[in-house]
Design a protein around this ligand. Structure first.
Ligand SMILES: Cc1cc2nc3c(=O)[nH]c(=O)nc-3n(C[C@H](O)[C@H](O)[C@H](O)COP(=O)(O)OP(=O)(O)OC[C@H]3O[C@@H](n4cnc5c(N)ncnc54)[C@H](O)[C@@H]3O)c2cc1C
Length: 383
């Protein structure tokens, strides 16, 4: 077997990369270790209109569970305020099991071959260049040659590591997340609820996202804690009278992208590359944006018969151009948030309540000096 491009991983990073490579007339094989694409779910399923704009498609009713107009933020003392996204971008809660599969279907329609229930175990590397994969389906091990590989195998990507790219994160850099789907939680159907505080979710936040038909996604992401996310989630839901009926868990890379996202014959995308917003933990839109670029650059490389690192570095230049500043800014804000204690979070929430975010300046912060001088010191670094 020989392909132009092999994509490892069949969720967002994988399906979008393979879709855009196939659309550009190269032979693509996508390999997914699970028997069903999109399963198990490892997500709270929130994304924005930008994902669909990037894909160039209209969102379909088949996977849109609810429309979101903003977020309501809750501080530890119960102060809460609503925020709308700038630019009036519509938000969505997806059914990712359906959405991920629909992306794989689109990719197959564009010509991608898909192998499910098949795990990539190793890379074929010749003269320092990635030239294919060794994959295993049931008892059968096979060598599949390719001119290049796209690693879309999720956080801590083994595949990139085999090619010499360091994808290991420290414990403080990975969000540990767990989520229930629940019934019986009384939630605003058009707003996402975010809860902050050291007792609620150290190093992260708890969320309640309205799904469809009386169902909510209730979850928590934490970092660097002695207790598990599961412990904090059960504590959080004891405040409500709801019933969980499904649980999902996963890790999210929150310290920005890996140092290098290309090498000879390989590029890395999505969670595998750290393409996740360090403040929100959202990776759907960033993975989509970078995977589109990955697929297009892979196709260009094949057409130019040049899959060297020198050629593939344009992938990193392009994704940095597109989303580099989003990740950089979010990391800056997250680092400030990390420093705030509950008292400072409460003061910040009272300050933000009823304010338009765009109107906040260093001068308007002077009002906070009396209440929380330490908070102003932290905020000065990001304004
Ligand atoms: C609990 C939780 C909640 C989240 N909530 C949100 C949210 O609300 N909004 C948002 O935008 N983001 C959210 N995220 C992040 C988001 O889910 C990820 O950023 C996104 O799924 C990244 O997609 P990906 O394709 O890069 O990686 P993944 O979704 O991790 O997919 C990797 C795929 O590769 C396959 N694979 C791995 N190794 C191999 C191998 N060796 N051979 C073959 N296949 C392999 C895996 O089976 C998997 O299907 C959340 C994450 C978690 C854990």
């Amino acid at each position: 077997m020989k392909y132009d491009v092999i994509v490892v991983g069949g969720r967002i990073g994988g399906s979008v990369s393979s879709l855009f490579a196939s659309k550009n007339d190269v032979d693509v094989l996508m390999i997914e270790k699970n028997p069903e694409i999109g399963v198990p779910l490892q997500c709270a399923e929130a994304t924005s209109e930008l994902t669909f704009k990037t894909l160039g498609i209209q969102p379909s009713k088949r996977y849109i569970c609810s429309k979101i107009y903003g977020v309501e933020v809750h501080s530890p003392d119960g102060t809460h305020f609503k925020m709308q996204p700038s630019g009036d971008e519509m938000g969505y809660i997806l059914d990712r099991k359906v959405f991920d599969k629909s992306l794989a279907v689109e990719s197959a329609k564009a010509g991608t071959d898909i192998m499910i229930w098949t795990t990539v175990k190793d890379l074929i590397i010749k003269n320092g260049k990635v030239k294919g994969v060794v994959a295993k389906h049931l008892d059968e091990t096979m060598e599949i040659k390719a001119d290049m590989v796209i690693a879309a195998d999720g956080v801590g990507s083994n595949i990139s590591r085999m090619a010499g790219i360091n994808t290991l994160y420290g414990v403080k850099d990975v969000g540990s997340c767990v989520q229930y789907k629940m019934v019986g939680i009384d939630a605003d159907p058009n707003y996402m609820q975010l809860y902050f505080g050291r007792e609620v979710a150290p190093g992260g936040y708890a969320w309640i996202f309205p799904n469809e038909d009386g169902v909510t996604n209730v979850g928590i992401g934490i970092r660097d804690s002695n207790e598990t996310a599961y412990h904090y989630l059960n504590k959080f839901i004891s405040n409500f009278n709801g019933m969980p009926f499904e649980m999902n868990v996963g890790g999210v890379p929150l310290s920005g992208p890996v140092e290098k996202t290309y090498t000879d014959g390989l590029i890395v995308v999505g969670d595998a590359a750290g393409h996740v917003d360090p403040l929100t933990g959202g990776g759907i839109h960033l993975a989509t944006s970078c995977a589109k670029i990955a697929g297009e650059v892979a196709a260009e490389a094949i057409k130019n018969e040049d899959t060297s690192a020198e050629f593939l570095k344009r992938y990193e230049e392009e994704w940095k151009n597109k989303i580099g500043s989003i990740i950089k800014n979010s990391l800056k804000y997250r680092k400030v948030l990390d420093k705030l204690n509950d008292k400072e979070l409460n003061a910040l929430a009272r300050f933000l309540k009823g304010r338009d975010l765009d109107s906040i300046t260093s001068t308007s912060l002077l009002g906070l000096v009396k209440e929380s001088p330490s908070l102003v010191r932290h905020l000065k670094n990001v304004l």
